[in-house]
Design a protein around this ligand. Structure first.
Ligand code: SF4
Length: 389
């Protein structure tokens, strides 16, 4: 069937009939590229029209944007670029400085891999990013998605970039019924049929922008969509059901306690082990996060309910339980922390690992979000301390 025949017949297409994939293949890219020319988002890492993209900026933004929103990433991206304007400058930075600058972005393994990647590019590639997906994919922290994004956006290679926004657009465009995550290969295959031979980077960004601004998760603005005539979900009225998702398993809840020890305007912090969750970040010392029963009667908790926790305190002191809990959601579990506070006059904490950090320098420490919450809970006036980014 020709495209012309399909266009003519389109209006009478029966409900639930899928538009032929080859029709979308030919039409989606030109329509989206024309729309992108007028409606592209202005983003700090994005090249302006007519300018070549900077591979370093593309890479940095793509690493930061994994699991994080554009609004959150903006100030971090600008801060990194100002402080380390090239990949070689970043490679020379001490890891501790990189972790501090990253603090608050979450998924801290990304920061460590990013630093390792900068070093590898600097030492093994003369400071230049490889241009193809294979070369990019051999670098630390660059998976298939990031390799495709850099190859397409920075070097104009034909590569298909499928992030969460693109996944949603494609699942709707093809009205894919298979639930995520099982649908991922099907969605990728469908997305590949849409990718044009030229301007693959603009096309990738157009798809991302469409997902972010028009084909949004809850209420897609189909009447403003440049490819609404190609969309099977729109034809079938299933936009709200796509992408289909397998029911989420409830996350396990874990519990623990931590100890906010102050002395003369300082707080005692320690560094977490390099490997594992929040590896290499600073933390308020406490128990392992392996309990599931200690907050069951949270309203009635007393100091003695925490006899099990005190051996994990950095020192003996008059610990006071702060009412309420700190809650934080990690990818694989939800955490509840009780917080104890005490002040001490002791200069050193015998046998404890850590160091005294001036409270007014807390904002510059590599404290992950959960520990910032602990600080704010222990000391409500700590909030402004983190405002000096
Ligand atoms: S028509 Fe609607 S559901 Fe389909 S791609 Fe466009 S915005 Fe998304």
């Amino acid at each position: 069937m020709t495209c012309d025949a399909l266009s003519r017949d389109d209006w009478s297409m029966p409900k639930n009939a899928r538009k032929a994939p080859e029709y979308k293949e030919k039409q989606a890219a030109p329509k989206l590229l024309a729309w992108y020319g007028k409606h592209a988002r202005v983003l700090p890492w994005r090249a302006r029209s007519g300018e070549a993209a900077d591979p370093y900026a593309v890479w940095l933004s793509e690493i930061m944007l994994q699991q994080t929103t554009v609004a959150t990433v903006g100030p971090y991206f600008m801060g990194f670029l100002k402080r380390w304007p090239t990949v070689e400058a970043l490679a020379k930075a001490p890891q501790d400085d990189v972790m501090k600058a990253w603090a608050g972005l979450g998924y801290y393994a990304r920061a460590r891999n990013m630093h390792a990647c900068a070093k590898a590019i600097s030492s093994d590639h003369g400071g230049k990013f490889p241009e193809d997906m294979e070369g990019l994919g051999r670098l630390p922290g660059i998976g298939p998605y990031t390799a495709a994004a850099i190859a397409a956006i920075a070097f104009g290679k034909r590569a298909t970039v499928v992030d969460g926004n693109v996944e949603r657009v494609v699942a709707r465009l093809f009205d894919i019924e298979t639930p995520l995550p099982k649908a991922k290969p099907e969605i990728r295959k469908a997305a590949e049929t849409l990718t044009p031979d030229t301007r693959a980077g603009d096309f990738a960004q157009a798809m991302m922008d469409l997902g972010a601004t028009v084909c949004t998760p809850k209420s897609p603005a189909c009447n403003r969509c440049p490819i609404n005539d190609l969309c099977d979900a729109r034809t079938n009225g299933t936009q709200g059901l796509r992408p289909a998702r397998a029911p989420k398993k409830p996350k396990p809840a874990r519990q623990g306690a931590c100890f906010w020890l102050t002395r003369n305007g300082h707080v005692w912090l320690r560094r977490r082990a390099d490997k594992g969750l929040l590896g290499g970040m600073m933390e308020v010392p406490g128990t392992p996060w392996d309990r599931s029963d200690c907050h069951r009667t949270v309203k009635k908790l007393s100091q003695t309910d925490f006899d099990w926790a005190y051996p994990h305190a950095p020192t003996t002191a008059e610990w006071r339980l702060v009412p309420g809990l700190v809650t934080h959601s990690f990818t694989h579990f939800d955490l509840e922390l009780s917080v104890f506070t005490a002040a001490t006059r002791k200069k050193l904490v015998p046998g404890a690992e850590g160091r005294w950090v001036p409270l007014d320098e807390l904002h510059g420490e590599a404290l992950p979000t959960v520990m910032r919450k602990v600080a704010a809970h222990a000391m409500p006036e700590a909030g402004p301390l983190f405002a000096k980014r």
